[in-house]
Design a protein around this ligand. Sequence first.
Ligand SMILES: [Zn+2]
Length: 198
Amino acid sequence: MLFPAICALCGRIGERVICDYCRGELGPFRPELLHGTGLVAYRAILFDYEGRAKQAVHALKYERVTALGQPLASLISEAVDQYQLEFDLAIPIPIHYFRRCFRGFNQAEILAEGLAPTRVSPTALRRIRHTAPQVSLSRDQRLANLKNAFLARPSVTGKRILLIDDVATTGGTAIAAAEALMAAGATGVGLVALAGNP
Ligand SMILES: [Zn+2]
């Protein structure tokens, strides 16, 4: 027996938090897996950051529709299988303590916990500096802004890390996170994000 649910994206009544219609609108995953961007061995970005995907990210992040966490994590899980990504630890891209207190949760953490509840490590990577919003900065300023923004714990030593984020924009954040993880002894770092620039 399934209780009727209301689609979190379009409001239709059905059986799923993301209805078949909206899942269809999200479209197939982006086919390409981007390899070898410096310290980040691969980047898997599932959808273009527009339309239903943008709406889903906003609902999870700003409207606190936490029911979306599991269905979105399931999409990431499908992609992990499709791209055959192997990892030992799933680590959400951390947000700064202040921002977390303000928002109450880290949306990337919800996704990572839904993806791999037994292999998630939300505390292995910390954001140690409160960085200025990236949007207003040039590329060089962004990289400087992120320098030493993260610190990884020794528990990542010898581990293959899968970073999880809701939106991957410039990739600078993932690179800075990967720097910290590799410095702490991780053997490899990849990134899966729900959405990214078209
Ligand atoms: Zn829908």
